[in-house]
Design a protein around this ligand. Sequence first.
Ligand SMILES: [Zn+2]
Length: 169
Amino acid sequence: MRNETCQIFVDLSAWRNAVAVASKQLEVETGGILLGCRHSTDIYVSEFVEVPDRASTRSSYVRREADAAELLESRIGAHPEGSLNGYVGEWHTHPERQGPSRTDRSQIKKISKHSCDEVALIVVVYDPYASQWKPAGYCARSGRARRAAIKVQATDDPPTGGAKPERPK
Ligand SMILES: [Zn+2]
């Protein structure tokens, strides 16, 4: 059992999209919701859906509940009943070189109290020295958050029900 960390696997093309969205808005934070699926304690992210916040600043992003619900409905509603793909968490950018904040952590803990499943928070952090964006974040469940190990990987075949996917070496 892994109690201390959880793993978040991010689809490479989804990550590239998130980076493209983040790079267009270097002056302010942006973010939204994560779509994907879960396998036991692991979370697979297949899409970063942006939920724009017009009031966001360089150090603040608020994910608007009504907008998120509407976007989620339009995305998930389009999937067939019983589809494994759904809401798996939250994301936002940090254009400043700064990892997830205490506020970020307490917010995902709060959100996890209303979800019966594990939820992820991915912060897309800009590192000006490396000139690239890097993921950092948490998994939370029942009000408890754990640091997540986030892996970006090319997955042409997202895992489906049944067999457990192979772990990358
Ligand atoms: Zn933050």
